[in-house]
Design a protein around this ligand. Sequence first.
Ligand code: ADP
Ligand code: MG
Length: 294
Amino acid sequence: ATPTAIMVGVGKGAENNILIKDAESLELAHRVNAIILDKTGTITEGKPAVTKLVWSAAARNKALSEQILLAMESRSEHPLADAVVNHLKKEHVGKVPLTSFDSITGQGVRAVSDGVTYFIGNKKLMSEGGVAIGDELVTLAEKWQQEAQTVIYFADKTQVLAIIAIADRVKATSKQAIEKLQKMGIAVYMLTGDNKQTAAAVAEQIGLQHYKAEVMPSDKADFVKQLQAEGKIVAMVGDGINDSHALAQADVSIAMGKGSDIAMDVAKMTLITSDLNMIPKALNLSARTVKTIR
Ligand code: ADP
Ligand code: MG
């Protein structure tokens, strides 16, 4: 493309939250026929969030129970606790005072409020405390675990009051964006360092057949090379330090704007918003830029 066309393309990109660092990647992007997406932070939000909170019949005063749950998790430093706090704050739940609070290593937390002892934590915490989990809740917990979600329990000394599912959610726009790319004839792959079950659950949610789990950072770059050896023009999209090798190896490298500085340093393009629909937009911009000189 002519220097003028490139300048216009880069400017159009900036207007649309696509920052392009070098002309070459703008000229090449429309020829991309394989795209590798990192999972955490690229396809997903990148941080754990509550997806479900189900109260059991044992929780007679739900409003009070919510306040105790919030008070306890506010005292905890665990990332799962953060997810619960964020969720309850969105619902404008208030806190009640706790008379004691302590954590139980590897299992969860315990507190006393108004003379009653409460627990929050995993299944082991429940079984060791002699808290019965009703059949209905067991079934629910198993279902959520199969969906690769983390399950935690909120209980008093005898019964489960609530069960909570926590997951790193898929961004609302990811599925649609991936479909768009596939319709453009591009092979889309997901790579993740995460375990197989989580990867499979996410892949299913977004309708992706090609994915690899338990991938080391250097393996991500090797996978780029492998596709290049098959003659593919490869775009890598990632947000983390662990994506930087693969970004450097790819023909077109795209960082997500909310990601690590290293990813943005290495990548030739940065998407300021975290919406994957920006990827087909960037490829189309490239196509239009190149066409203006033909
Ligand atoms: P890890 O850092 O590997 O999660 P921890 O000892 O901090 O190990 O916690 C082990 C488990 O105990 C967690 O995976 C979770 O199931 C449960 N847990 C710990 N703290 C909390 C909390 N504040 N709220 C809910 N569950 C918790
Ligand atoms: Mg810990």
